[in-house]
Design a protein around this ligand. Structure first.
Ligand SMILES: [Zn+2]
Length: 280
């Protein structure tokens, strides 16, 4: 009996270990989907960028909270950017009701999408990209946290080195521009954490790294009411709010239904990030 218990325990431990290492392992299957992206042209482009940054230090690792300055509006205007991520992998859902609400209320929004989310939601993505209400930005090719030193956060699978960071940013951008004809202007790393070198690389690739300055709380599984409190507390001209649209089971829609009328009552309108200047 004891021996049997030991075997069962050992098997369970092995199973857990296997699961843990699977979470850490580079996503081979997902990488294979993008095999055709590694052309001779891309490989030599990547080599060139790597050479340019070879001696640059990784620098600080942070969320580098960014504040936006909306352009083209009068001084009495109060504009907020609502941004929504679609992460992909195990999190490849689509919150159709939330998007329908944005359309019904005519709320412009910025959508950060990954290559792997697009792969699982091709038709939905095509519809979003065609809709002038939405701005499509880059959340990475495979939703890897961009650290040139292989750092991770919240157990999220990250890049191993500078080469992986370039793949994540540049191939994510090419995935989007190949489908939309518009190259993304912004990059948001998985978890919003990144290092200073990655930010410089993004700049070299023509993208600004952006995190957020108002955490809605959806990823922390907070209630709609708590999310409303978070957003109202952070509301100010130029605020960049982070939410998700890949988790229909989260209360994002309920939070918006509570928050948007109140923000409007306070004189706020909504703008896309492309109309903002974003600074640390
Ligand atoms: Zn994400």
């Amino acid at each position: 009996m004891l021996l049997r218990l030991c075997i069962v325990t050992a098997l369970a431990a092995l199973c857990l270990t296997a699961q843990a290492s699977a979470a850490r392992r580079p996503r081979g299957d997902e990488r294979n989907v993008f095999k055709s992206y590694y052309t001779a042209e891309y490989n030599s482009f990547k080599k060139r960028i790597m050479a340019e940054f070879r001696d640059v230090k990784a620098g600080r690792f942070s969320e580098f909270l960014k504040r936006g300055t909306p352009g083209g509006k009068g001084p009495d205007q109060k504009v907020i950017a609502l941004t929504f991520d679609a992460c992909g992998g195990r999190h490849s859902g689509y919150d159709a009701a939330l998007i329908a609400y944005l359309r019904r209320e005519q709320i412009p929004a910025t959508l950060f999408v990954t290559g792997i989310w697009i792969e699982k939601n091709k038709e939905i993505f095509a519809g979003l990209a065609k809709d002038p209400l939405f701005e499509i930005e880059n959340h990475g090719l495979m939703h890897r946290l961009c650290s040139t030193e292989g750092k991770t956060k919240y157990g999220v699978h990250g890049t191993r080195d500078l080469g992986d960071v370039i793949d994540e940013m540049e191939l994510g951008a090419r995935k989007i521009s190949g489908l939309t004809g518009r190259r993304p202007l912004f990059f948001r790393s998985a978890t919003a954490y990144t290092d200073e070198l990655s930010m410089k690389v993004a700049g070299r690739l023509g993208m600004e790294v952006v995190s957020y300055d108002v955490l809605s709380g959806d990823a922390m599984r907070q209630s709609a009411k708590k999310m409303q409190r978070n957003i109202l507390a952070g509301a100010r001209h130029g605020a960049v709010v982070i939410m998700h649209f890949n988790h229909p089971e989260w209360p994002g829609l309920a939070a918006l239904e509570l928050t948007v009328p109140e923000l409007r009552r306070r004189g706020y309108s909504f703008g896309k990030l492309e109309d903002f200047t974003v600074k640390p």
